[in-house]
Each structure stands twice: as structure tokens, then as C-alpha cells.
Write a protein that binds this ligand. Structure first.
Ligand code: FAD
Length: 315
């Protein structure tokens, strides 16, 4: 089933859906860790599970510097989850490091595997690059990736139209940024670019993590004012360690509200920070559900403990 169909059905029933996002295992690890994360969360009936996509990265310095892909396997992991749990999956697909041909191959595999959902992203710059450089035969913006997927649904492949053919049925989601994407000069410009992704055929938006519901709800309002009518799904990250107070703003370009920083800073250890993070995420989830969001999307970084304790209070 497509994510948009799940959302439409839940809306009619007055329900808010639950989903979470996983990373494929590190190269050389098996799937056990992934299943160990999912198993304790299945009782809360996630409507679908997202699986991130990771491009190659530079490791080492000087002459030892080389490109490594640490977490391959998004397509295989997604298919394995769908088969084992019978739950829909949303593999992420990025532009970074991939040609349009690589992307088409991945989409054809996903279609053969019975996967009808994709989250279309641009991906980040490589470490040390000042700006995003697309693959020479690839896409510069997520909008172009959306267009390729939508074209394929219509039987338009890279090397031309196929008249009588099997049509894929991908439902495409895209990313939105309540606290602005780091490269955009303003939130208005970023929202205008988000609108282009929706106009290209995206059916819904998932937001970058934010700890601030006022920013999330204001972003949704501004998107509506800019003519973006599709469902907008907020992303919630349960804070888990003191170190994340610095790491998360640096990596994801988001602010952590002063009140949450102060509470976490007072904690004696990370077990206490985790409890603070759970209480904050529960508060966010309750408020957002009351505000009528269709789905709550949790960034769990392959850890089920906090998520289980949050889900027990919400779903
Ligand atoms: P885009 O929509 O292309 O936007 C990137 C920047 O370009 C923005 O500043 C935007 O305003 C601007 N822009 C967009 N379109 C245009 C245009 N047509 N002309 C000019 N400017 C334009 N990364 C991964 O590598 N793997 C993942 O699995 C992954 N999952 C994610 C899931 C979610 C929910 C989110 C929010 C992010 C995820 N990311 C992932 C990170 C994402 O790849 C980065 O944030 C990336 O820098 C931007 O991706 P995008 O799809 O938003 O890009």
C-alpha cells in the first residue's frame, strides 16, 4: 500500500499513524541488529518503516584518503523488513553519488520487490566539499529525482518511453525543513523550493527533526500559505545523550530549546538525559497529534529503548 493511501485511510478513521526510521547495518554486519530494533516496536503497529540511504564518504587523510560506502543495502534491507513483518517500507533514495541509470536500476529492483514507496532526497555534500556536486549523469536537486520517479510510473524511462509496459506505482515523499535547510538563504525560498518538489509529483513531506513544536506548526502554516496542500509529517528525535546537545544542532542545523538544554544539562548521567528526552518527545507527540498531524515520524537511530517507552504512552 502507498503511504498516501495509509494516510487517507487513517484520516477517515481519525487516527494518527506511527512510523520510525532505520539505518542499514554497517558493511559486514548482518540484519540481526535491525530485526532486534524492530521486534520490540511491532506491538505498536507501525504503519510503515523508513530505511535511510547512504552514499560513499571520504575516510583517512592525505595519501590514505579514500572513498568508502559504509552502509550499503537500503533496497535489500527494505525488502527483508517488508517480507519478515508484512509492514510497508519506505526506502530513501538520494541523488548524491548516483547516476540516473543507477537510480532507475534501484527503482526497478524496488518495483520487482513489491515496494511502492520512496522518499526522494538530494543527499548531503561529501565531507570537505563546500557545495553539493551532482553525479555527472545525475540530479542536482531532489525535485529532479521526484520527476524521474514520477516519469517511471508513467512508463517513461531514461532511454525513452515504453509504450505497452508494466507501470510502477511509487508514492513519493520529500523532505522539508521547519528550521530552514542550511543552504537556503531564507525559509521562504526553501519553502518555494519545497513547493517545486510537490508540484513535480511528491505526495507528502517529512520534516527534518525539530524539538520545537512552534517551529513545526508555523512551518506547516507557511507551507499551506505557499500553496503546499499535501500531508506534512513532523520528525521527532528523542534526545538520548548530553553529547547530542552539541552534535544534533551541528549536524542537522536545528536549535534545541533552552528549556530542554537546561533540563538535560542538570542530569547526572545519560540515563537521566534519556528520560528527559522521552518526556519531551511524548509532549511533542501529544501536542502534534492534537494539532492534527497525519503521522508521527521518529528518528530512532536504530535504538528501540526510548521509542518503546514513548510509543507505550502515545499509541
Ligand atoms: P533539495 O530539495 O534538493 O534541497 C537542497 C537545497 O537546495 C535546499 O536549500 C533547497 O532550498 C535548495 N533547492 C531545492 N530545489 C532547488 C532548485 N530547483 N533550485 C535551486 N535550489 C533548490 N540524506 C541522506 O543522505 N540519506 C537519507 O536517507 C536521508 N534521509 C533524510 C530524511 C529526511 C526526512 C530528511 C529531512 C533529510 C534526509 N537526508 C538524508 C538529508 C538530506 O539529504 C539533506 O538534508 C540534503 O542536504 C538536502 O536534501 P533535500 O532532498 O531536501 O534536497
Amino acid at each position: 500500500m502507498q503511504v498516501i493511501e495509509l494516510i487517507d485511510k487513517a484520516r477517515k478513521e481519525g487516527r494518527t499513524l506511527f512510523t520510525f526510521e532505520l539505518l542499514p547495518p554497517l558493511k559486514g554486519e548482518g540484519l540481526k541488529g535491525i530485526f532486534d530494533t524492530i521486534d520490540p516496536l511491532m506491538e505498536f503497529a507501525p504503519s510503515y518503516i523508513n530505511v535511510t540511504f547512504h552514499r560513499e564518504d571520504f575516510v583517512g587523510e592525505g595519501a590514505a584518503r579514500r572513498k568508502v560506502r559504509r552502509r550499503p543495502g537500503t533496497v535489500g534491507v527494505s525488502a527483508a523488513i517488508q517480507k519478515r513483518y508484512g509492514v510497508e517500507v519506505v526506502p530513501h533514495l538520494i541523488c548524491g553519488g548516483l547516476s540516473r541509470y543507477d537510480i532507475e536500476d534501484a527503482l526497478i529492483d524496488l518495483d520487482f520487490l513489491g515496494i511502492n514507496n520512496v522518499l526522494a532526497l538530494r543527499g548531503d555534500c561529501l565531507r570537505g566539499q563546500s557545495h553539493f556536486e551532482p553525479h555527472p549523469q545525475g540530479h542536482a536537486h531532489a525535485e529532479d529525482l521526484v520527476r524521474q520517479i514520477v516519469d517511471m510510473n508513467r512508463g517513461v524511462f531514461i532511454d525513452g518511453q515504453v509504450g505497452e509496459c508494466h507501470h510502477s506505482k511509487f508514492c513519493v515523499g520529500v523532505a522539508g525543513y521547519p528550521e530552514k535547510h542550511s543552504e537556503a538563504v531564507s525559509l521562504d525560498e526553501d519553502i518555494a523550493n519545497l513547493r517545486r518538489k510537490v508540484d513535480a509529483g511528491a505526495s507528502y513531506v517529512v520534516t527534518q527533526l525539530s524539538f520545537d513544536n512552534r517551529k513545526i506548526l508555523s512551518f506547516i502554516e507557511r507551507c499551506r500559505a505557499a500553496g503546499i496542500a499535501v500531508p506534512i509529517i513532523p520528525g521527532i528525535k528523542p534526545l538520548a545523550t548530553k553529547a547530542q546537545l552539541e552534535v544534533l544542532p551541528a549536524v542537522f542545523h536545528v536549535d534545541i530549546p533552552a528549556e530542554l538544554v537546561a533540563e538535560a544539562a542538570r542530569c547526572a548521567d545519560n540515563e537521566a538525559v534519556k528520560q528527559v528526552g522521552i518526556e519531551w518527545a511524548v509532549m511533542q507527540a501529544r501536542e502534534l497529534r492534537a494539532a492534527g498531524v497525519p503521522v508521527l515520524h521518529f528518528y530512532i537511530m536504530n535504538r528501540s529503548d526510548s521509542m518503546r517507552r514513548i510509543a507505550a504512552q502515545i499509541f
